[in-house]
Design a protein around this ligand. Structure first.
Ligand code: N01
Length: 516
């Protein structure tokens, strides 16, 4: 019975239903929609909080934004792009690619844009996900969160930062209305985003302070424009682009042994990065400041040809004294130095292991994903299914990230698994599947064992790969083809399954019990 005090999200009459609801339309969500559609599972909706597809590639439009995975590999295997203009694509080209794929896919009619997830909870009695958004209520038999790992900006907890009176924005929320020309600018952070922003703005600002907490390892970027002949070949020579893609893929996989088993194998890469640094920066003081103090690979290996030259410009300072305070028009460091600024760019990364999205998804016991993961550590079965969260297939889930290759490859593997799961539910007349706790625990125990000798755990750094307990809950500790093999088929025996008939019987019994 509906009562006046019942929360809004339990009012089924108002909810719009789809068999499957995908949350997010970046590479993962869009890819899932396309593959579900192809497999004939056409009753789905994609809820996207932004105004268009693209996810992180829509949001990260900062100057200089580009991919550090080669273009040939950084695309869907089912939608190769022969028109890439260069070996490492820039953000506008990647975003245009995603837009084009979406437009040609025939799934945009089931996208609801500007629709932000506020809550999702599993209703066991109805075997449904009840989903609340800023645009109203939805229900779905299956939910596929595809919100991405790098979507929620992490803002630094620095005294006074809220009182800064100049322009301030996060790297992934770039304010294009602000003209930085001639301004005194500070960038906090020296990760993958910062090392692209700094060279892109150093030449136009009057002064740039780069606040570095940890110096990253930076390799040369083998980036170049494709010649007309190459582009012709990619477009017209059968198999040529697949071959190039396979070559890039294979080369990238050679890094896996060094990253996961024998970090000593990464020494040549570290040497190359050291030479790169020495060549670009002659000043011994600056060189010392930007020399990393951990083993290469421990944090994401960065690539850039113009970051070090930008740091060496006379109008750029690298500040390594910790920030003590931000004031209305300046930043103060622990040594008492006050540096005046007009604009502050916060390139401090993302909430990866503590995403706010985890706080609004509730499983069968009413517990949120974040509460569950606080207790047992962020984990999933094959990075996709979570015990207590039936009929939920998480894309870019726990331990699916990579330190060496294209996330699109991992995403496609997970999509295959999720589509197979949907097919299995239908084939067997199941109302729900939920991964068994023991299976998931075993899977994760083995995963954590495999992670122990990796450079991410032994390399002497702190990184966003690790959660607050020091566990690596983000990266896949092996070859990507291993993950592909694991996700090729949906393994029903790893799951508790409830048939539609069982659900009907238990509902009937419950109703009879409450009536008597
Ligand atoms: O974020 P990050 P990002 N005070 O977390 C510093 C992908 N990506 O946005 O190293 C001062 O890497 C922090 O310092 P430290 C890619 O997977 C890809 O740059 O923690 N500093 C670090 O320097 C990447 O890994 C591409 O000591 C603070 C920086 O901020 C991921 O996105 C491009 C601080 C954060 O670096 C994230 O990259 C861009 C504080 N309170 C991004 N808090 C390409 O494909 C944090 N920092 C090229």
């Amino acid at each position: 019975m509906t009562t006046a005090t019942q929360p809004k999200d339990t009012a089924p009459s108002k909810a719009r239903h789809a068999e499957i609801i995908i949350i997010g339309s970046g590479f993962a969500g869009l890819g899932a929609a396309i593959k579900l559609n192809e497999a004939g599972h056409t009753d789905f909706l994609v809820l996207e909080r932004g105004e268009e597809v693209g996810g992180t590639w829509r949001d990260n439009s900062y100057p200089g934004a580009a991919c550090d995975v080669p273009s040939q590999l950084y695309s869907y295997s089912f939608a190769l792009n022969p028109d890439w203009s260069r070996s490492f694509s820039k953000q506008p080209e990647i975003q245009a690619y995603i837009r084009n794929v979406a437009a040609a896919s025939g799934v945009l009619d089931r996208h609801l844009f500007s629709t932000e997830l506020l809550g999702a909870r599993w209703d066991a009695a109805a075997a449904l996900w009840r989903i609340t958004t800023n645009q109203g209520e939805f229900t779905a038999s299956i939910v596929i969160p595809a919100v991405g790992a790098l979507c929620e900006p992490a803002l630094p907890d620095i005294k006074g930062i809220g009182d800064f009176e100049g322009e301030i924005f996060h790297s992934s929320r770039w304010n294009h209305d602000v003209d930085l020309t001639g301004k005194r600018v500070a960038v906090i952070g020296t990760g993958a985003s910062s090392i692209q922003i700094v060279p892109a703005i150093a030449g136009k600002v009057s002064h740039l302070d780069v606040y570095q907490r940890t110096a990253p390892w930076i390799l040369p970027r083998a980036d170049r424009e494709y010649s007309a002949v190459e582009r012709f070949a990619y477009k017209h020579v059968p198999g040529f682009q697949r071959l190039a893609r396979a070559g890039v893929y294979a080369l990238r996989e050679t890094q896996v042994v060094g990253l996961t088993k024998l970090p000593a194998l990464l020494k040549p890469l570290q040497l190359s990065a050291t030479m790169h640094l020495r060549k670009a920066i002659k000043d011994p003081v600056l060189r010392a400041k930007v020399t990393p103090n951990f083993s290469m690979g421990c944090k994401r290996m960065l690539i850039s040809n113009n970051y070090y030259p930008a740091l060496a410009q006379p109008n750029v300072d690298v500040v390594t004294d910790p920030i003590s305070e931000v004031r209305a028009g300046s930043i103060v460091t622990k040594d008492g130095t006050v540096r005046e600024i007009d604009a502050l760019i916060v390139a401090t990364g993302f909430h990866v292991t503590d995403s706010p999205v985890f706080e609004v998804i509730r499983g069968k016991t009413g517990t949120t994903l974040s509460e569950t993961w606080d207790r047992i550590g962020m984990q999933g079965y094959k990075g996709t299914a979570v015990a207590d969260f039936p009929n939920m297939f998480f894309l870019v889930g726990p331990n699916t990230g990579l330190g060496h290759s294209s996330m699109v490859y991992m995403i496609e593997s997970q999509i295959t698994y999720a589509v197979e799961a949907v097919a299995t539910l239908k084939r067997h007349g199941l109302s729900s599947v939920e991964v068994r706790g023991d299976v998931s625990a075993d899977f994760n125990r083995e995963l954590q064992e495999r992670l122990k000798p990796t450079v991410w755990m032994t390399g002497g750094c702190a990184s966003w790969y690790l959660d607050k307990h020091g566990n690596n809950t983000t990266l896949w500790p092996g070859h990507t083809f291993e993950f592909r093999k694991l996700t090729k088929k949906f393994d029903l025996d790893a799951y508790h399954a409830t048939s539609r008939r069982d659900l009907a019987t238990s509902t009937k019994t419950a109703l009879e019990g409450s009536a008597s």
